[in-house]
Design a protein. Structure first.
Ligand code: DGL
Length: 270
């Protein structure tokens, strides 16, 4: 099937990718909102973490993931990775004009609008925080909303999750180190700007005071995906049960642990 055929085919799958299990937080939102859509998900875990890579490296990896998803027949691509989106979405949209792309960026706008203290914290990867797209958006908000945006690199978090050490004292220590300085500065919103981090929510909530609201962009991305599919007249309107294929190009054990227990999902190693 060539690309033109994919994007005109309502039953073709939604393609998603990330550097690893983080993308499954987005997959879960997409699947909850559109349970009859077929999906393909690539966890490029051989190359994780993206957050410590250069823009050129991130573009090359996102390009490879996109090609693979298109070759497997995706009708739309969800870049389920803040690092990928903030560094590569412009390149992807310019390079693959025939297919719609949905990206994910740290939810600093809703946090800024709703913050009462006008101090928000954003936890994201180094490459997300260093990107031009993030800089442009945060500068704009600082001026428009008179908000202080406290940035924190989530150093080490993705590595621990990807190596099966999510619930360890090491993780608690890292989170404490990353979060408590932002708390001390008076934030009332904490933005989780990496798709891996929603899995850390229970641990984060034990470390920060309950009045601090924690938000991410997962649901917004799923809604935007549905909206664009509607606009392109690409929503799957059949009632055939959906099929889901997840692929890892490194080991699949950790990915397996984050998979829902359903029988229409197949996980394989590329
Ligand atoms: N989950 C990704 C993100 O949203 C990338 C994490 C990484 O590989 O560093 O930024």
């Amino acid at each position: 099937m060539n690309m033109q055929e994919n994007i005109n085919n309502k039953t073709a799958p939604i393609g998603l990718f990330d550097s690893g299990v983080g993308g499954t937080t987005i997959w879960k939102e997409v699947n909850a909102l559109m349970p009859n859509e077929n999906t393909l998900f690539i966890a490029d875990n051989k190359n994780a973490p993206y957050g410590e890579k250069t823009k050129a490296e991130i573009i090359a990896l996102c390009d490879a993931n996109t090609r693979l998803l298109l070759a497997k027949g995706a009708k739309i691509i969800v870049v389920a990775c803040n690092t990928g989106t903030t560094n590569a979405i412009q390149y992807l949209r310019e390079t693959y004009k025939e297919v719609p792309f949905i990206g994910i960026e740290p939810a600093i706008k809703p946090a800024s609008l709703q913050s009462v203290t006008k101090k928000i914290g954003v936890l994201a990867t180094r490459s997300t925080l260093a990107s031009d797209l993030f800089a442009k958006n945060s500068e704009h908000l600082k001026q428009e909303e008179q908000v202080e945006i406290i940035e924190q690199v989530g150093e080490g978090l993705v590595e621990l999750i990807e190596t099966g050490r999510m619930n360890t004292p090491e993780m608690t220590e890292l989170l404490r180190h990353h979060l408590l300085p932002m708390v001390a500065q008076g934030i009332d919103y904490l933005v989780l700007g990496c798709t891996h981090y929603p899995y850390l929510l229970p641990q984060i909530q034990q470390l920060i005071p309950p009045h601090i609201k924690v938000i991410d962009s997962g649901y917004a991305v799923a809604k935007q995906t549905r909206h664009i599919l509607e606009e392109y007249n690409l929503l799957n309107d059949t009632d055939t049960p959906a099929q889901h294929f997840w692929y890892a190009n490194g080991k699949a054990e950790v990915l397996q642990q984050f998979a829902p227990d359903i029988n229409n999902l197949q996980i394989s190693v590329l």
